[in-house]
Design a protein around this ligand. Structure first.
Ligand code: ZN
Length: 187
């Protein structure tokens, strides 16, 4: 297994809709294993393949005891929303904000062997699944912020030292431990 480099906002791969996975051989199995190891290494709540530069519809997640991966997820969302919680993103270091998300989600897809899997949940798990599936569509949590929050986030992103800060964060990630929910979900 290997720890993969995490792409940072500005990288076009984060804005590219990812492709469906059609082959379930050793390559996809290795990608999932490497993504799980990478996510654990940075203590992230989730990691989508575009975040490691691979434009395929795959993500891994770990929310408490709920952990795993899903490939080619299709979501069913409840109509209603859950209370807003602060989210962050491993690809957007240093920025976190409350994000509106649907209350409940059921994600259907397959695992790294091509066998059907289903993730169903509410709260943080539902939030994580929506955040990661957004990554597969080239959407970042910034896109979902209320106008005021969005303005503030982009002000930080455009500030002269953001790139420097982001680079420093990436360099420090081996010891990075600050991505629990509420303190800015890192995923
Ligand atoms: Zn993210």
């Amino acid at each position: 297994m290997a720890i993969l480099g995490i792409r940072i906002i500005g990288d076009p791969v984060l804005r590219t809709p990812a492709q469906e996975v059609t082959e379930f051989g050793p390559e996809i199995q290795k990608l999932v294993d490497d993504m799980e190891q990478t996510m654990e290494n940075v203590d992230g709540a989730g990691l989508a393949a575009p975040q490691v530069g691979v434009s395929l519809r795959v993500f891994t997640y770990q929310i408490g005891k709920e952990r795993g991966h899903i490939i080619n997820p299709v979501l069913e969302l409840s109509e209603d929303f859950q209370p807003d919680e602060i989210e962050g993103c491993l690809s957007i270091p240093g920025i976190s904000a409350p994000v509106p998300r649907r209350r409940q989600v059921v994600a259907s897809g397959v695992d790294k062997f091509g066998k059907p899997v289903r993730i169903a949940g509410e709260g943080m798990l539902a939030r994580c699944v929506q955040h990661e599936t957004d990554h597969l569509d080239g959407i970042l949590f910034l896109d979902r912020l209320a106008p005021e929050e969005k303005k503030a986030a982009w002000r930080t992103l455009r500030a002269g030292n953001y790139e420097q800060t982001a680079t420093a964060t990436v360099a420090q990630r081996a010891g990075f431990l600050g991505s629990s929910f509420g303190a800015g979900m890192g995923n």
